[in-house]
Write a protein that binds this ligand. Structure first.
Ligand SMILES: [Zn+2]
Ligand SMILES: [Zn+2]
Length: 384
């Protein structure tokens, strides 16, 4: 498919004209590059080969009643299932086993979602994307690591003192008599209010956009790449959440079930499953809402900031969902089609002093020779 990194299986590197960045990516990033290639050969290639066997069935499913039923029921069924599984996991209190089972959740979600993406895809152009899954696997584990480091840093920055000061008041105000399912949704809704403003700032403040660009560099959406984020974004999020979370402390059980539900909504935010979501898209930040969010031009892409809910966008005027329109699948960053796709490149990119090196033009071109590609023109002007 077009614009999916360098020809072949490897992920696109930093442009050669970013000389220092390219040097660091190649040499300092060597261990990451090796890991990326190894995961590609051991996990990504064999899984994709196996998945391709579903393509025949996928074409036979098109237009059938079964596909229609699945596209209407898969989302609400998965949400109900996640709540059921979440509450079962914390039924007898929280042990080390409960926490360890959280590590397995992405694997379970993958086994559940990946076949549906192949059987009823939103876009067949999004079924495969170079070796991007290896990057997302590394990003998943590094994200968990950086999230832990952020918590230590939050303590080191004495914010923990403020959090501890606020915490008792939070317990006092939290409506613990409410039905547990409602508590889970209320908790996510409050967290999402802060996520909304943080995400909006990531788009509207130029320096923060440099960091968030790693998430928007993806050129296809599928179940796993919602977690792709620069460590600085993860750190910012930890800071941004610490105080509000202390203010609305629910029980640890409610917080853990909320994590299961957030993971499951997050998967439907990025998944390439063609679903008929109807009114769910006016409650949650899923499906077409997030496809518009990944549009390459900022006119449309600066919308639908909600992490789980879309209600804050509706309230604050950033909701974008034209009636009877199906979003196209040419996503990415319109002004930076050369954005790197390797783990090392993604980590380095925000620190490059000259962000213009990501501008359009071939890898070997100098800035003066930048030529707009005819194929990309409609992507930059999709406003209709
Ligand atoms: Zn964004
Ligand atoms: Zn996204």
């Amino acid at each position: 498919m077009a614009r999916m990194g360098e020809p072949g299986f490897g992920n696109r590197k930093l442009p050669a004209r970013a000389r220092v960045g390219r040097f660091l990516e190649t040499w300092l990033g060597a261990p990451l590059n090796l890991l990326e290639a190894a995961l590609g050969w051991v996990i990504v290639k064999p899984t994709r080969w196996a998945m391709r066997h579903l393509d025949g069935l996928s074409y036979r499913l098109e237009g059938t009643l079964l596909r229609k039923v699945l596209s209407n029921t898969l989302f609400p069924f998965t949400i109900a299932l996640s709540l059921f599984v979440g509450f079962k996991m914390v039924e007898n209190g929280i042990s080390i086993g409960t926490l360890l089972s959280f590590v397995l959740l992405p694997v379970i979600f993958g086994l559940y979602c990946a076949p549906f993406e192949r059987l009823m895809p939103y876009s067949r152009n999004w079924l495969e994307g170079g070796n991007d899954t290896a990057v997302d696997i590394i990003m998943y584990f590094s994200g968990a690591f950086w999230s832990g480091v952020s918590k230590v840093l939050v303590s080191a920055l004495f914010i923990v003192g403020v959090v501890e000061f606020l915490e008792p008041y939070g317990h006092e105000y939290w409506p613990s008599n409410l039905h547990p399912v409602l508590q889970v949704f209320l908790f996510i809704l409050i967290k999402d209010f802060f996520r909304y403003w943080f995400h909006r700032a990531l788009h509207e403040v130029p320096f923060l956009w440099r960091i968030h660009a790693a998430h928007h560099s993806v050129e296809r959406l599928y179940w796993l790449n919602g977690i792709r984020a620069h460590p600085l974004e993860i750190f910012g999020q930890a800071l941004f959440y610490a105080i509000p979370l202390a203010l609305v402390q629910p029980s640890a059980e409610i917080a853990l079930v909320a994590i299961v539900l957030q993971l499951s909504i997050g998967i439907f935010q990025h998944s390439n499953i063609d679903l008929n979501l109807g009114f769910w898209e006016y409650i949650f930040s899923i499906g077409d809402n997030h496809r518009y969010h990944h549009y390459p031009d900022k006119g449309v892409g600066d919308s639908n900031y909600g992490g789980e809910f879309i209600v804050w966008d509706i309230l604050f005027g950033t909701f974008h969902k034209p009636k009877d329109e199906r979003p196209h699948d040419r996503i990415g960053i319109g002004t930076a089609p050369d954005y790197p796709m390797t783990v090392a490149g993604l980590l380095i990119a925000p620190f490059l002093p000259n962000q213009k090196v990501f501008g359009r033009g071939s890898d070997e071109a100098t800035e003066g020779e930048i030529k707009p590609s005819a194929a990309d023109q409609p992507v930059l002007h999709p406003a209709e």
